[in-house]
Structures are given as C-alpha cells and as structure tokens.
Design a protein around this ligand. Structure first.
Ligand SMILES: Nc1ncnc2c1ncn2[C@@H]1O[C@H](COP(=O)(O)OP(=O)(O)OP(=O)(O)O)[C@@H](O)[C@H]1O
Length: 206
C-alpha cells in the first residue's frame, strides 16, 4: 500500500496566507519517514491533511490511488501532541478502545495501561496515561499507516521509550508505514530510514 499527497495547497482561510503550495510526497507501507522543517512551516498542517483531518483547497490524498475512505475507522491513524483533544471526553476509556475494536492484552501490557484506567473518564487520567490509549487505539487491525506528530514530547524519557518500542515493533511486524514529525533529531535518526524536508517540496516562498 502507498499513501500519496498530490499537489496539495492549503491555507486556513480565504484571506490567510498559503501555508502549503503544490506539495507532493508519498510513503510506502513498511517505510519509516521523518517530516522535518522549520517551526511554523506547516508540518502539522500537512500531516493532518494527509490523515484526512483537514481538507486541502487544492490537490488530493490517495491511498493506493483512491481517495481516503470517509467512513469507518481510518487505515491512516494520527497520534498528536494533545491526547485530550483526540478522545471523546464523555466516554470511559473502555468505550474509547471498544469503538476502534482495539483491545490486545499484549499492547495494554507493553504500554503500561492499568486495568482500572479502563473504568475512568479521560479527565481522570494524566496526559501521558491518555497518550498511551491514543497509541493503543491507533494500532487496531485495519491500520496501514501511522502518523505521529510530536507524539512523545510531553512524556518522560522512560514512557517515550516504552511507547516507541511498541510502535516500532508493530511497524516492523505488520509492515506499517510510519510518518513522523519531530524536532528531536536524535530520535528521527534512530527511527527513520529517510527524511523529507518540507522546505524542499513546498513551492511557497519563505
Ligand atoms: N487552526 C489554525 N488557524 C490558523 N492558522 C493556523 C492554524 N494552525 C496553524 N496555523 C498556522 O499555520 C502555520 C503552520 O503551522 P503548523 O502547526 O502546521 O507548523 P509546524 O511546522 O507543525 O510548526 P511547529 O514545528 O512549530 O510545530 C503557522 O504559521 C501557524 O501559525
């Protein structure tokens, strides 16, 4: 499988400046790609467009040549910095996981998710605890691409390692495609087999 951003142009409003102009890139299944570029340059915007969270004014996102499915749990899963915004505040964690059909004991264990957290609401968990649920949910069986946007910035080093170890194991075993945004060059070097520099593929002038 392959995900492709084709000639994407985007701005947040009709009078706002263009953030992305004529941007194209693709990621294959089994590939681990870092998306890098200066702060405020549009990395999060691009990854959100590619995950289907934002609609570009021009261009399209194709999964094996077809538009992203609009219904059901997406084969492209985005994990971002604010887990509290990604989870329905009115649902207990158990329901959050059930919705995606995702419950594997080994994943819960690898992520250090404790059984009694399942009975809690999102507001009753810390940011790091909630992020583990976002990671667990993103690994449901229909996932083909994992997008991580500064996913682990808020976590302590041990939790970061725990989460990345599990993600990389899943990426390897299931040949998932990984696209990650991070400012941590060491982490990107360790994880990715190639880097895309947004400045080089964005026709927008700096
Ligand atoms: N919801 C929004 N409405 C209007 N402008 C926005 C919105 N979100 C982001 N922007 C602007 O779009 C530009 C790109 O932001 P984006 O978050 O995509 O950059 P980034 O490369 O991910 O930045 P960083 O590395 O600092 O996280 C910035 O100028 C930002 O101020």
């Amino acid at each position: 499988m392959r995900i492709e951003a084709k000639n994407i142009s985007f701005r947040y409003g009709a009078k706002s400046p263009w953030i992305l102009q004529d941007v194209s890139l693709s990621v294959e299944e089994g590939e681990r790609v870092g998306l890098v570029g200066p702060s405020g340059y549009g990395k999060s915007t691009l990854i959100r467009i590619m995950a289907g969270y934002l609609r570009p004014q021009k261009g399209e996102i194709l999964l094996d040549g077809k538009p992203l499915p609009r219904k059901g749990v997406s084969p492209v899963q985005l994990i971002y910095q604010h887990p509290e915004k990604a989870i329905n505040p009115r649902w207990k964690m158990k329901k959050v996981l059930q919705e995606s059909g995702m419950y594997r004991d080994e994943v819960m264990e690898a992520l250090g998710i404790e059984k009694d957290w399942l009975e809690r609401y999102p507001r009753e968990l810390s940011g790091g605890e909630l992020q583990r649920f976002c990671v667990a949910r993103s690994l449901f069986h229909g996932t083909h691409f994992l997008f991580a946007d500064e996913m682990s910035t808020m976590l302590d080093v041990i939790t970061q390692a725990q989460i990345w170890n599990l993600m990389l194991k899943e990426v390897e075993e299931r040949r998932l495609g990984l696209l990650m945004v991070t400012h941590n060059k060491e982490l990107a070097k360790k994880i990715c087999d190639r880097e895309i520099h947004l400045e080089e593929i964005n026709s927008k002038e700096l």
